[in-house]
Every structure is written in C-alpha cells, then in structure tokens.
Design a protein around this ligand. Structure first.
Ligand SMILES: [Zn+2]
Length: 243
C-alpha cells in the first residue's frame, strides 16, 4: 500500500462527493494499490475489501475509532469504540480469493463462492432484486443427489448459505453488541468501514480547505504550495494565525 499526499487525498475526497460510499471506497483502494487493476479490485471479497480499508484508516488516522449510536428506545447517545488492529486480528483465517465453499444440509448440497465487490456493485445498482447476490454466488445445487435450481431452494438453505458466507468472510459483516446506560436496551450496531472512513475524510477535507483559505489569505500562497507543504510546517503557520 502506498501513501497518498495531501493533494491526492483531497482530489479523492472531491471525486467521492455525491457518490455512494461503496464506489468511493473502491476508488480509494485503487489509488492506494496501484498494482491492483480494476478486475483485481472487483474480485476482492467484501471482507478483504474492508480489511484493506481498515489498514488505510490506520495509515491515515491511526487504529482507534470512536462511534456514536442512538439508542433505539430512548434516543440517548451511546459512544462505542473499535480498533482496526483488533478487527484485523480477529480475521484469523481470511479466505483465499476464489475459495469455493460447500453446505450440506437437509438433503441439499450447495457449492458457492463468497460475494465480491462486483456482486456488491450490482446489488447497489439493481436494489430491486435482493436475492441477486446469492443467486450469482451459488454455483452448484443438488437435492438428494439431483441437480436443482435456485428458485427451488428453501429459505432455510439460503439463510444457511448466507450465514456460512458471513462466518467465512468475517470482516464483511461487523456488528457490535451495544447496551444503553440510560434505559438498559440492548441491540446490535452494524459497522461499515467505508462510511466511517468517508465521514472522517469529509471532516479532514473541510479542515484542510479551511487551512488553505487562512494561509492563502494571510500569506498569499497558492493552494498547490500550501497542499505540498510539509504538514508540520503547515500546522505551525496555522497555529500562529489562529493562536
Ligand atoms: Zn436507551
């Protein structure tokens, strides 16, 4: 993974405005991993994509991540934290690309692969067909030794396939058990690293543009010169202006 300079990061942020977070996160990965082509990124499992985003987050902002959730019962704000290293360490056995999995249950034998970024992109662009990702990922299906089709698979089998996908690609679906200190309500909160990182990047970009504005106005430097400046030096100038 290569590092990105301030101007590159700001351009990436600008390209992400008005774009679904998922697609922005793929552009970010592409910039960070120039050796990965479009096809390579499309073939990443969702968990592998998120593992790379977690490493990117660590590179930009460090490992500790604070989240705020609203209690669904009393609307109190509940703060919780996650750590990129803990999440990455929990992914002890990441699945190799193209791994074929098998489920044998209730007379069914299903062979399937994990959803990848291409599947997720299709799901986002065609939300009217929620079963589409599963139908793309299920490669072979038999009932009592005879081939069957996707439409004939019962809901329990589809759910079992979905569960095995989540267990195998553990970073694809990160959930945090939460408890409200005010009313005692317990619930699970879903964590999406792409959305989290976008929010942080958005705040960072606003601060950076404010910094450019102040330095340009006071010293007459160009945006390019200010963005290319060593971050420590830029900060010192800014501190002198803002006290
Ligand atoms: Zn509550």
């Amino acid at each position: 993974m290569r590092t990105l300079d301030t101007a590159e990061l700001l351009n990436l942020w600008e390209e992400g405005l008005g774009q679904p977070r998922f697609f922005w996160s793929l552009d970010l990965l592409s910039a960070l991993h120039p050796k990965l082509g479009e096809e390579d990124i499309a073939n990443l499992s969702v968990g592998e994509k998120d593992a790379r985003l977690l490493r990117a987050r660590e590179l930009f902002f460090g490992p500790d991540m604070i989240q705020i959730a609203d209690c669904p019962q009393c609307q109190s704000r509940v703060e919780w934290s996650l750590n990129t290293k803990t999440l990455l360490d929990s992914n002890t056995n990441p699945p190799p690309p193209g791994k074929i999995l098998e489920l044998i249950q209730d007379g069914y034998r299903i062979r399937f692969r994990l959803p990848d970024c291409r599947d997720m992109a299709l799901a986002l662009t065609c939300p009217e067909d929620p079963a589409r990702v599963l139908s793309r990922c299920i490669l072979e299906m038999e009932r009592d030794g005879k081939a069957t089709d996707f439409e004939s698979l019962p809901m329990e089998i589809l759910e079992a396939v979905g569960q095995k996908m989540e267990e195998t690609d553990s970073l694809a679906d990160v959930r945090m058990p939460l408890s409200c200190p005010d009313c005692g309500r317990e619930w699970e909160c879903w964590f999406d690293i792409a959305s989290y990182l976008w929010q942080e990047m958005n705040h960072w970009a606003e601060r950076m543009i404010q910094c450019v504005h102040l330095l340009a106005r006071n010293y007459g430097w160009s945006e390019k010169d200010i963005l290319n400046m060593n971050p420590a030096r830029r900060r010192l100038y800014l501190e002198m202006l803002t006290g």
